[in-house]
Design a protein around this ligand. Structure first.
Ligand code: SF4
Length: 86
């Protein structure tokens, strides 16, 4: 089997490597690392607004397993005039 990460399609270009790099850059702009997600979830689990049944924030209604993964999201405490915890 051909190593597509270095051999490409045989035309000499290394598009699979470039594609992986580009995809990785996009993913890093959309999703936080596992460590950052865990840090956020730990904060949420200790928060009085954490809905344990569905791991849901009781202020914004978001499902925190998804929300804590997104770079563009933040803690919902600002909705009640408090400083967001993450
Ligand atoms: S997003 Fe903020 S307010 Fe909501 S559960 Fe997490 S820490 Fe609490």
């Amino acid at each position: 089997m051909t190593d597509q990460t270095t051999q490409g399609c045989g035309c000499g270009a290394k598009q699979p490597v470039q594609l992986n790099t580009t995809l990785s850059r996009i993913m890093n702009k959309v999703f936080v690392s596992d460590d950052e997600k865990k840090r956020r979830m730990d904060i949420c689990r200790a928060c009085p607004h954490f809905g344990e049944l569905l791991s849901q924030c009781e202020l914004c209604g978001c499902f925190l397993e998804a929300k804590t993964r997104l770079v563009a999201s933040h803690c919902a405490l600002d909705q009640i005039g408090e400083e967001p915890k993450w």
